[in-house]
Every structure is written in structure tokens, then in C-alpha cells.
Ligand binder design. Sequence first.
Ligand code: XIL
Length: 402
Amino acid sequence: MPSRPTSPTTSRVLRTLTGGVAAAVLVGTASVTSGGVEPAQPAQRSTAAAKKPLTLRQAAPRDLRIGTAVAGGGHYEKLDVPSPFTQDSTYRALIGREFDSVTPENQTKWEFIHPERYRYNFGPADEIAAYAKRNGMKMRGHALVWHSQNPEWLEKGGFSKAQLRAILKQHITTVVKRYRGVVYQWDVANEIFDEKGQLRTKENIWLRELGPGILADAFRWAHAADPDAALFLNDYGSEGINPRTDAYYTLSKQLRKQGVPVNGFGAQAHFSLKYGYDTSLQANLARFDKIGMQTAITELDVRIPLTDGQPTVEQEAEQTRRYAETLKACLAVRGCSSFTLWGFTDRYSWVPDFSPGEGSATVMTEDFVRKYSYYALRDLLRDATPGRAPRTYSTQASIAAR
Ligand code: XIL
């Protein structure tokens, strides 16, 4: 693995950039209309600067994958939009340009990929996997053991314990084997603890019917199906150090002691400006790092309470700060191996549908105009690349040049 910014020097650089992000946002406001800025025309720039602006994946350090959720299924089925990934070519092209990791937003969840007991629907996930391969990308598989988005045939099937075990084993084996080679990380267990750090033994059919021991089996089956994929625990409200992440930390140590192939911990990072930002994210990732686990930011978005449809400049500044702080925490932890946005354009974000009154949560507007948060991420990635001299970007000139 090439070295990443774990050295004191780089950490210092990153700390300096915090101020830079906030300053960039505030300094830039005069010249920027709501929503963001597009790169300036190369003609106005010097030869060196006239190069095409880096995309996120180009800017990223070699040992960090930059990802996005790939929209389709889920809440889109209620909305009056054609399926984004298959119908919107601008959207699809941007995915491959900006990212080198994709997470099917819904297409590998049980209710989509296994809609009937004896029928799988691989089509939509296969398309994403093929796209990823064509574009030199990898896929995050999501999710195998979860309480949500399960098909009715499963939840209401009245199966015996032995049947349920067999169903889970068969599902994991089939799905994980199919995406071998393109999936590099699987969310094996998603949202298994509540905010008190209690296992969700009521809502989660597997935990309820088969007991917590099923977790070890699920990880073992996934590992047998694809020994090269890193296997993750993943949850929301799991950014800082809190009872839920304490529970994950304890469980990880226990499972790993028993030789269970649990390789990673993912913090979803669905943030809202309605709530505070927990600055213990880095310390939390670092404690998993210390016990030899990978970490990841798996579903980042930062939603904004909107009064008249548009965020204020102050809200955008705060949003940018949170995107930047989250990336910095990941960059500062050596084993933080992927950083995924839960969608990159407001056009397809799940936020307005799931959190009414909130929106503008992603790094591009509905028309794919890049926002401050996009540039903050891009510049942090660029400056974290090993061997590159860090640059500052907090001046009006550097914003205008972008
Ligand atoms: C969300 C999708 O974005 C929606 O399209 C769908 O209707 C519901 O699920 N945590 C997770 C994700 O692990 O799978 C969820 O995705 C968001 C919260």
C-alpha cells in the first residue's frame, strides 16, 4: 500500500485545509450564484492551469476508492422519473468520470435481487457490474443481512429455522459468487444495532429467528463465496464514538477472535444540518484501524433544512465543512479504504423523499452543477495524493480559476 497522510506533516496540511474550506466558501460567495460553480473556461487560464480540471477519482490517492450510490429501484419507484442509471446518459457518464467505486443503491438488496423464493432478478445489478468493469471501477455490494427492504415472501413466509438458515446461505452464496471479481467490499451485516447498542432482535428476521450466532455464519458463507472481498459491518449513526459504535467495536473483536472473517466497519454518514456533527469520527475509525480492520465512509450525504427551496450561503458553508471533515477523517486513518457518496446529484437523492423539508444534500445540483462541497472534496483528495505538493485554495483567485 502506498503511504497515505498518516504522517504528522500531512495531518498538519489537512488541518490547515479545514480553515481553507470554510474560507473558500465564504470568500467565493460574491462570485457564485446559489448552487455552485462550474470550472472556468480553459481559454482564460495559463497553459499549466488550462489542463482539464481533475475529477474526484483522478484526484484521489491510489489507496482510496471514491464511490457513489448508483440510483435505481427503491424510492424511485414511487417517483415520476425514469430509472436513472438506465435512462439518464449524462448521469451515467458522470459516474465513470468522477468515481472508481459504485454501490447499487437498491439493486442488490433482497427485495430487488431475490423477489421470489425461487427467482433472482440479477439484471439491474448485472448492468451496474458490467458498467463498473468497462470503466475500471469496483463495486460495493449492499446488503446481505438487514431488517429492511426484504421481500414479503421472506418476511411472511412462516419458514422454520432450518429453512431460514438454508435460504440465507443459498442467497449469500449465490449473490456473492455472482459478483466475484467486481465487488471489493460487501456490507454483510447492515444496521444490526440500535442507538443503544442493542442488537435489533425484533426487526431483523435473521437475528430474531436464528439468534446472533447467524452473523458469524453469514460472514463465513460470504467469505467462502468470495475470499477476495472485504466483508463489512455497516450502520448509520455510527460515525462518532457512541453506544452503537461501541457495540460494533466489541462485536468485531469477538468475531475476529473466533476467526470469523469480518474485515471492515462502515459508517454510513447520513448527516443533517438539523443536528450537530460528531467530531469523534476520526477517533472512531482509528479504533477499528488499530484492531486491524478496514474502515469506510459508505453513504455520505449532508441534508439541509430548506425554507424556500434553496440553501443559504451559510448552510452551504456548513455543508461543505461537513463533507470536508468527513473526508479528512477518512484520509487520516490508514485503513480507511473507500469513501462513498449516497448519490452525487440532487436530481436523484433519496433525501427529499425520506426527509421532507430537507434537501440539497449532495455535491452537485439537479443540473449537475458542482457545489462548493464538490471542490472541497476534490482539493482535499488532490492534496492528499502521495508525492504531490499540497496546494492551498482559499483565495478568490483559486475559486475563480476552477
Ligand atoms: C435507501 C435508498 O437510498 C432508497 O432509494 C430506498 O428507497 C431506501 O433505502 N441506509 C442504507 C441504504 O443502508 O440502503 C438506504 O438506502 C439509506 C439508509
